[in-house]
Design a binder for this molecule. Structure first.
Ligand SMILES: [Zn+2]
Ligand SMILES: [Zn+2]
Length: 200
């Protein structure tokens, strides 16, 4: 798949077109190239993203997830919340990692774009004309790599895989399937947290 197609698919997954998700794709791809690795179909890679909570540009995380295959569902992505567009990608097998971060050279143009002016005024991204969405996506996508990101040195980084509990049981109260580490015992019955009747 070529990079533009990866971008198009990522934006489809993300739900709208924006500069931060686009940069997530670019930075994810740059990190994979620096390590010489493929997208993580299983859990060969682990990502640490530096976005936090409740701030702009968190869309970065979706671009990273789509490009690298490090996803919430596979559990091979985590946040180290610093409010930054930074990614550390770890190749578990070779014990190497690289950090790639956004370089804000174009930030004045991003901020001045019709898209961001409307976002700042509270317009939801999906209500902004398609042409203005593309204008901003293409600004960061077509820029020379050195203008928008920095690939730091590849470093060694040991990885210790946490044990994955694969066992499940059915809650005897609600009948839902529950992963074993989350089961509680109440009067000799196994129950989920919702049905246990006491705090987690
Ligand atoms: Zn977005
Ligand atoms: Zn239950």
């Amino acid at each position: 798949m070529d990079d533009r197609q990866i971008l198009l698919d990522a934006l489809h997954f993300h739900g709208h077109k924006c500069w931060a998700s686009t940069m997530g794709v670019r930075i994810g791809l740059a990190a994979m190239r620096a390590l010489g690795v493929e997208r993580s179909g299983a859990k060969a890679l682990h990502a640490i993203v530096e976005i936090g909570e409740h701030h702009g540009a968190m869309c970065f995380g979706d671009g990273v997830q789509f490009a690298t295959g490090c996803t919430f569902g596979k559990g091979n992505i985590e946040k180290d919340p610093k409010g930054k567009l930074g990614l550390t990608l770890i190749d578990k097998a070779s014990g190497r990692a690289v950090r790639v971060h956004y370089k804000p050279t174009l930030q004045p143009r991003v901020k001045a774009s019709a898209f961001m002016q409307k976002r700042t005024a509270g317009v939801p991204p999906t209500k902004i004309p398609e042409s203005e969405q593309w204008e901003l996506v293409d600004l960061v996508w077509n820029a020379p790599e050195g203008d928008v990101l920095v690939v730091e040195a590849v470093e060694s980084r040991a990885w210790h895989e946490p044990e994955e509990v694969v066992r499940f049981a059915v809650c005897e109260e609600c009948g839902e399937l529950v992963a074993e580490p989350y089961l509680r015992v109440v009067n000799g019955q196994v129950r989920c947290r919702d049905c246990a009747g006491y705090p987690a």
